[in-house]
Design a protein around this ligand. Structure first.
Ligand code: FAD
Length: 433
C-alpha cells in the first residue's frame, strides 16, 4: 500500500464534525494534519496568501527539545538589566505604552525564581520530547522532505564563564535523561569540522546529538499542500475578525472578512494574534510578541558550511544549514508587532555565522527577515480546551513553536476527538492561569 493509502486507512471516524483551524502557521497546519487523521472535516483560515508566511517563515529551524525551557530563569532579570546598555545584547526591551507589555514583564519577572523555573522547565521538556516523537512519525507517514537533518545541535561557548555555566545545564539535562556531552574546543571542531576556520573565540561546547533541524516554512507549506490534496480546505487571504457564539455561549463559527464560517469546533492557532481574538470572548492569555531576526544566504562552499546546527551562546545566535542555504537567527526584542526587517540586526546575526564559518558563502548578500515569537511569561504555550464549548487552543509556543508544533497538533486533535492525550497536560493548558 502507498504512504497515502496507509494514512487514509488509518484515519478516524469523525467525518460528520467540522473543525475550523484559525492560522496556517506551523502550529495550525500540524493541528490540521492530526484533525484530518482523526477523520474530521477540516478548514484552515489564514489572512496570508499561503501557509507559513508569518512567525514560522524564516526561524532558526532547530527542532531541539534538549534546549526547550523557559527564558524566565534565575539571574535573568539581572542579565536583562545589564543588556539594556549593550548594543548587541541577545535580549532587548523597548518600553511601550502597552498595559499588555507591562503585565507580561511583571509575570515574566515573577517566574524567574528557581522554583518556578524548575516547574516550567519540566512542562516544556515534556511537550518538546513528545513533539519530536510525533514529528518523526508524521515524517515517516507522509514522506515529507523539508530539508531536515539529524546531526544534533552544538552549543558553543566563547569564554570560560559560559563554559563553567554549561556544567549546570548539563546537570539539568541529565535529570531529564537528555543525551548530551560537554566537549572542549578541539572536540567541538571534530564534531563540526567546518569550524576549522572560525575566528570567534571557542572555549568548548555542549553537544546534543539527538536534536534536529529543518526548514519550518517548507515543512508547513508542503504539509498544507499535502492536506489540500487530501480534502482539507485552505481559505487564504481571509482575515478572521471575530468568534461567533450561539445563545448557549458555545462557539459555533467565525466571522471573517468575507464570510461567516460554521464550525462544530474552532482551534485558535494565530500565533501572536491569538490573544486579541480570545480577549474578545473574555479569555485573557498573556501572549506577547518577542521579535527575532534572521539572515539566509546561499552556501557557496559546502565543505566550509556546517552539518550540525550550531548555537553561539555568547550572542545566542543559531546557525543552521538548510539544504544549500545557511541561516543565522537570533536576537529577542520585547517591543511591538512591527515585522519590518532591520538590515543592521540581520547583518549582525549574519556576522556571527561569518565568524564561525567565514568561507561558507557571500555574507554581503542575504535574505533578511524579522518574525514574532508568541511568548508566554512562564514559557509553556496553551493547548486544549477553554471554558467556552467548541473553542480550543494551540498557541503561545514562543521560542520553540517549531519544536513543539507536532505534539501540540496531536494533543489538540485528541482533545477535540475526546481521546486521552498521550502525555500529562498539567501546566500546558489554560487551567494554569
Ligand atoms: C528569529 C526566530 C528564530 C526562531 N527559531 C526557532 C527554532 O529554531 N526552533 C523553534 O522551535 N522555534 C523557533 N522560533 C519560534 C517559532 O518560529 C514560532 O514559535 C512558531 O513559528 C509559531 O508558529 P505559530 O503557528 O504559532 O504562529 P505563526 O507562524 O505566526 O502563524 C500564525 C498564523 O496566523 C495568521 N493570522 C494571524 N492573525 C490572523 C487573523 N486575524 N486572521 C487570519 N489569519 C491570521 C498569520 O498569517 C499566520 O500565518 C523562532 C522564532 C524567531 C522569531
Amino acid at each position: 500500500m502507498s504512504l497515502v493509502g496507509i494514512v487514509q486507512a488509518n484515519r478516524g471516524q469523525q467525518s460528520n464534525m467540522k473543525v475550523v483551524v484559525l492560522g496556517a502557521g506551523v502550529v495550525g497546519v500540524t493541528s490540521a494534519w492530526y484533525l484530518y487523521k482523526q477523520g474530521f472535516e477540516v478548514e484552515v483560515v489564514d489572512r496570508r496568501a499561503a501557509a507559513g508566511l508569518e512567525g514560522s517563515f524564516a526561524n532558526a529551524g532547530a527542532v531541539c527539545p534538549g534546549f526547550s525551557g523557559p527564558w524566565a530563569a534565575p539571574g535573568m532579570m539581572a542579565k536583562a538589566c545589564r543588556w539594556l546598555f549593550e548594543a548587541q545584547a541577545p535580549l532587548k526591551w523597548h518600553p511601550q505604552f502597552s498595559l499588555a507589555q507591562w503585565r507580561w514583564l511583571w509575570q515574566f519577572a515573577a517566574n524567574c525564581s528557581l522554583e518556578r523555573y524548575q516547574v516550567n522547565k519540566v512542562r516544556m521538556q515534556r511537550i518538546a520530547h513528545y513533539s519530536q516523537r510525533c514529528l518523526r512519525a508524521l515524517q515517516t507517514e507522509t514522506g515529507l522532505d523539508y530539508q531536515q537533518s539529524a546531526q544534533g545541535v552544538l552549543q558553543l561557548f566563547g569564554n570560560e564563564q559560559e563554559f563553567a555555566a554549561a556544567s549546570r545545564a548539563s546537570q539539568v539535562l541529565t535529570r531529564f535523561a537528555v543525551a548530551h556531552r560537554l566537549v572542549d574546543a578541539r572536540e567541538a571542531r571534530r564534531i563540526e569540522p567546518a569550524l576549522a576556520d572560525a575566528c570567534l573565540p571557542i572555549t568548548g561546547g555542549l553537544y546534543l546529538p539527538d536534536d534536529e533541524a529543518g526548514d519550518c516554512a517548507l515543512f508547513t507549506q508542503r504539509l498544507a499542500d499535502w492536506l489540500s490534496l487530501h480534502g482539507v480546505t485552505f481559505r487564504f487571504n481571509t482575515q478572521v475578525n471575530a468568534l461567533r457564539l450561539d445563545d448557549r455561549h458555545r462557539v459555533n463559527g467565525v466571522l471573517t472578512h468575507g464570510a461567516a464560517l460554521d464550525a462544530d469546533a474552532v482551534v485558535v492557532a494565530l500565533g501572536c494574534f491569538s490573544a486579541p481574538l480570545l480577549a474578545s470572548v473574555g479569555i485573557r492569555l498573556p501572549i506577547y510578541p518577542v521579535k527575532g531576526y534572521s539572515a539566509t544566504l546561499s552556501i557557496h562552499n559546502s565543505a566550509a558550511a556546517p552539518q550540525v546546527c550550531v548555537m553561539y551562546e555568547h550572542h545566542k545566535v543559531m546557525v543552521t544549514r538548510l539544504g544549500d542555504r545557511l541561516r543565522a537567527a537570533g536576537i529577542a526584542e520585547i517591543s511591538d508587532h512591527d515585522t519590518r526587517p532591520d538590515d543592521q540586526k540581520c547583518a549582525f546575526v549574519a556576522s556571527i555565522a561569518r565568524g564561525l564559518f567565514p568561507d561558507a558563502g557571500d555574507y554581503r548578500t542575504f535574505q533578511p527577515w524579522c518574525g514574532l515569537r508568541p511568548m508566554t511569561p512562564d514559557g509553556p504555550g496553551y493547548v486544549g480546551a477553554t471554558p467556552l464549548a467548541g473553542l480550543f487552543l494551540a498557541c503561545g509556543q514562543g521560542t520553540s513553536g517549531w519544536t513543539q508544533a507536532a505534539g501540540i497538533g496531536r494533543i489538540v486533535a485528541d482533545v477535540i476527538a475526546g481521546n486521552t492525550p498521550d502525555i500529562d497536560l498539567t501546566g500546558l493548558t489554560m487551567a494554569r492561569l
